[in-house]
Design a protein around this ligand. Structure first.
Ligand code: NAP
Length: 492
């Protein structure tokens, strides 16, 4: 087997439930490719999205699949937009090519091929589309391609259906949500693109009473595989299909484009995903953020969380790795500050002194070194993706552009005199240096105000351990998956 390295990802929020990483892993194995495809949770925020894409571009990723809630942002960030992505008004695929970002949409092709796969006899007619969210325009585009001459679109929020109808023009007509049942007897195909059906207690998106025998029923949701809407179709003996084939068909172009290989027949991938347990969503991993100013006891606190079996990543150690012998950042620093690299290792004191001379150099550092730190963080997350929880120890979590969504942020703190004593006892530290460091950081009150939990570290490790135990206890109530951690035995 010839081994090569290809990197791609899927970005969304939430993303833990995504089947795409397993689908790509299946195709890689089938094609004999050593590929890397990971799910990256990115907050619903423009800056967070842009930072993630830039980080992936810098880290040599070839492409990204985009899901909720970023499909519009994906279009906005692109240097180039394919005609179909422009017509649909959303992108679910970004090709990262040298320093360019090319936006495309394969959701539409995915639905079209799924329709052709499940109902090859379908030749068009009237369609009723339920929902006008992110997935609806791709569905409308596909229905037109499949020969639908008239498409009714209905949505709980009518204005969204109207906007969508305007985008597509004359043969797409918005219909009031309350009126949708009246159109059922006239539809040759009815497609549910709403989120209704994801939860067992959800209402039906529409009653299929009065549907004609030959009407095709589709739901683009694939988990659960048989939504109450499809169950209705089954009971009435109608032809129906869920979103699994769409998922597989929309993913194929990315695999082909980014990994340079054929994914093989869709049936094979669908059978793989349908295997017992595979189509079940993974329990969401809990991501904890730990932060605190210099000398506030972060490292010790991180170890206390580590006692629960929570894998810990810390940004400082990542920087040490990058600046150490053979580290990825050494040559970058050497090119800009040759005097700060000695025997293949970055001299951090020398670098700090250079950076202190000119504030704009901090920006240079951010652009050149932060993507490498981010890559280190991503590699850690991929290595621990099965862990019920992970902890990211990031000193400047609030100050940096880190917009990752944390399930909880823990701030370490101590009274000012305790902190000063700790920091000034460190080798090479002075009161002036401490002042300079603090001048770049958030005020302590503000940091504490943003915390979900606070650990006070001035009363010894045992006391801090009890605070961590209390935090873990509170979190275990909110996140039952934490029960799977390795809880330390405590004396009663
Ligand atoms: P979205 O942008 O959030 O849109 C959600 C839609 O559901 C909107 O039309 C919304 O109406 C409607 N809705 C939500 N709650 C409702 C309720 N209680 N009653 C009536 N309508 C309700 O989501 P999306 O991106 O379109 O995705 C929708 C579903 O399709 C998701 O489950 C997603 O996983 C699935 N999907 C599958 C594939 C695939 O490959 N199989 C691809 C894309 C998406 P309002 O406008 O009134 O809020």
């Amino acid at each position: 087997m010839v081994k090569s390295r290809f990197k791609a990802a899927v970005i969304g929020a939430p993303i833990a439930h995504s089947l795409s990483p397993r689908l790509f892993a299946f195709w890689c194995e089938r094609a004999g490719i050593d590929g890397d495809y990971r799910a990256i949770e990115t907050a619903d925020d423009d800056t967070a999205f842009t930072e993630t894409i830039k980080g992936l571009l810098a880290a040599g990723y070839r492409g990204v699949n985009i899901t909720l809630p970023h499909k519009l942002r994906a279009l906005q960030i692109a240097n180039e937009i394919t005609p179909r992505a422009r017509a649909i008004g959303a992108a679910n695929m970004l090709r990262l090519w040298r320093d360019r970002i090319i936006a495309d949409n394969s959701d539409a092709e995915g639905f079209l091929k799924a329709l052709q796969f499940h109902a090859p006899e379908f030749s068009g007619g009237a369609a009723l589309v339920l929902g006008a969210g992110g997935a609806a325009p791709a569905t409308i585009w596909a229905l037109r391609e499949a020969g639908c001459s008239y498409i009714y679109i209905t949505n709980r929020t009518r204005a969204r259906a109207e906007t969508l109808a305007r985008r597509f023009g004359s043969n797409v007509e918005p219909v009031g949500w309350e009126e949708r049942g009246k159109l059922v007897p006239y539809a040759d195909i009815i497609v549910n693109t709403t989120a209704l059906g994801l939860k067992p207690q959800d209402d039906l998106p529409v009653s299929l009473e009065g549907a004609r025998d030959e009407t095709i029923i589709a739901d683009i949701v694939y988990e659960p595989s048989l939504t109450p809407f499809l169950m209705q179709a089954k009971k009435q003996g109608l032809k129906y299909f869920n979103g699994l084939a769409m998922l597989v068909f929309q993913a194929m172009p990315g695999f082909h484009q980014w990994f340079g290989a054929e994914p093989g027949p869709a049936e094979e991938a669908m059978a793989f995903l349908q295997k017992k347990n595979l189509a079940k969503p993974k329990t969401k991993q809990i991501v904890l953020g730990l932060t605190g100013s210099i000398g506030m006891g972060k490292t010790t606190t991180a170890k206390l969380f580590g006692q629960y079996g929570i894998p810990v990543w810390d940004a400082d150690s990542a920087v040490h790795r990058l600046y150490g012998k053979g580290g990825k950042a050494v040559s970058i620093i050497a090119a800009r500050f040759p005097e700060c690299v000695k025997e293949g290792v970055v001299d951090r004191d020398c670098l700090s002194a250079r950076l202190a001379e000119n504030a704009s150099l901090l920006l240079w550092l951010e652009e050149n070194i932060h993507p490498l730190v981010y890559e280190d963080q991503q590699a850690f997350m991929a290595a621990h993706e099965q862990a019920p929880a992970i902890l990211l120890d990031i000193p400047l979590l609030f100050e940096s552009k880190n917009k990752r969504q944390f399930d909880a942020i823990i701030v370490c703190t101590a009274p000012e005199d305790v902190r000063r004593k700790r920091v000034l006892a460190r080798k090479g530290m002075s009161a002036q240096k401490l002042e300079t460091i603090l001048s770049r950081q958030l005020a302590e009150e503000e940091r504490l105000a943003r915390a979900d939990f606070v650990v006070r570290t001035d009363k010894g490790i045992e006391d801090a351990g009890q605070q961590v135990a209390k935090i873990m206890g509170e979190m275990a109530v909110k996140y039952p998956q934490l029960a799977a951690l390795d809880w330390p035995q405590r004396d009663k």
